[in-house]
Design a protein around this ligand. Structure first.
Ligand code: ATP
Ligand code: MG
Length: 385
């Protein structure tokens, strides 16, 4: 009896001609996520088996696989010889914690095995009942617990009771490379995670306003970046010093347009960094109407300074929906730590909710936009996460 982990990928994207491309990418990322751990990866049709690992690495492997985009579900399982007594010996302890209804489901790819699948399920069901029959009963239609027996053609059976939902989506790198504008807030890490799920490799850009925002604020972003990097199979974080630009806007432009102006600079700088480092899209955590800078007028204004596509996966999300995902992926607790973001520095009392384009352009003409951008780009810190 050997402990293994079954990895399942989505069948839909594997049906096309690109099947091998997707599978190779996925395999590469599974190996990368599990680097430093001893294991063997066996490729089956539409599935992989992780085997020959040390028992002490079992939980780590499970946690790492949960973050690999393109992995849809995993099952901790046992592999045993396809022999009735051996299967039974493996199955009985697995059912110890069952409560309520259960069923046994057998899939017999190995047609040389003497007992047909329905009969085998029935026999094992009887064995389970004879041990735990006081607490559980059989329900083949809607069971609360299921024991699955997967009899392979090589004379081994995979046995499991648990299927864990993972990220799903597509393997990283199958959908290009995006530049995530990563603040210390709740939304942008979630936006990054969602694009990883669709197979987009991430780099991220953070605008930092030292000394108005301190080291702790930057550390918080690095911590969040590390969490997102796990879904992106690693990530570079570009930290841009934003203070001079903010001071220039504050000094020369109308106060109510502060955020509007900042956003336009952030978008331009992110696009430039993306163009320099192989990025094909910009990603933000904006959600329509959430704050003054996220009205359709504000988004039009910040969008109009770039030509790259801007992906805003949270655009139609309520805050609570975003928080739900942030909690699930583990970023929420860090995001709510109380360190200022650069956007809270110089925050106007009454920000323009529907900024007018002609006014924005007139105010912006007071600044040497190109020079400010070049200066910011000349001193960018790169952190490998
Ligand atoms: P978040 O929770 O992601 O901070 P938010 O609801 O606070 O979002 P805003 O502060 O208006 O919204 O920011 C909108 C988007 O702009 C963010 O989701 C992020 O993509 C980008 N952004 C804001 N501040 C920064 C920053 N300091 N560095 C990089 N990107 C930023
Ligand atoms: Mg924010």
């Amino acid at each position: 009896m050997k402990r293994i982990i079954i990895i399942r990928v989505c069948e839909i994207f594997l049906k096309g001609k690109n099947r091998f491309y997707f599978l190779n990418l996925l395999e590469e990322h599974v190996k990368k996520a599990l680097s430093g751990i001893n294991f063997k990866l066996e490729k089956l049709q539409m599935r992989y088996l992780v085997e020959d690992f040390d028992e002490s690495d079992f939980q780590t492997i499970i946690e790492k696989l949960k973050k690999v985009s393109g992995v849809h579900t995993i099952s901790p399982a046992y592999s045993v010889d396809s022999d009735y007594e051996k299967i039974k010996e493996c199955v009985i302890p697995l059912c110890e914690d069952f409560k309520g209804s259960f069923k046994v489901e057998t899939n017999r790819a190995d047609k040389s095995f003497a007992i047909p699948s329905v009969e085998l399920s029935r026999m094992l069901g009887g064995d389970i009942l004879s041990v735990y029959g006081k607490n559980i009963y059989v329900d083949v239609k809607k069971p609360q617990n299921t024991v699955k027996i997967d009899m392979r053609e090589n004379g081994k059976s995979l046995i499991y009771t648990q299927t864990i939902k993972c990220v799903g989506g597509m393997p990283i790198g199958s959908s290009g490379h995006g530049f995530l504008m990563l603040s210390g807030g709740i939304d942008s890490p979630v936006a990054g995670y969602m694009m990883c799920k669709r197979g987009m490799k991430l780099s991220s850009v953070h605008f930092h306003s030292y000394p108005y925002t301190g080291e702790a604020a930057k550390e918080k972003v690095i911590t969040l970046g590390k969490m997102i990097a796990e879904y992106s199979a690693g990530m570079k974080l570009y930290v841009v010093k934003f203070t001079k630009i903010q001071e220039a806007i504050h000094k020369k432009c109308a106060e109510d347009l502060m955020i509007t102006m900042m956003r336009r600079f952030m978008m331009r700088i992110t696009e430039r960094l993306a163009a320099m480092h192989g990025g094909q899209a910009i990603i933000t955590g904006e959600s329509l109407g959430q704050v003054a800078s996220q009205t359709v007028e504000s988004i039009t204004s910040s969008n109009s300074v770039v030509t790259m596509p801007v992906f805003r996966p949270l655009i139609a999300f309520d805050k609570l929906e975003t928080i739900e995902i942030a909690e699930r992926i583990g970023t929420y607790e860090t995001s709510i730590l109380p360190y200022e973001d650069c956007c809270t520095v110089f925050l106007p009392k009454y920000p323009a909710i529907k900024p007018k384009m002609d006014r924005i352009l007139k105010e912006e003409a007071r600044l040497d936009v190109d020079a400010l951008i070049e200066e910011a780009l000349s001193d960018v810190e790169v952190i490998y996460l």
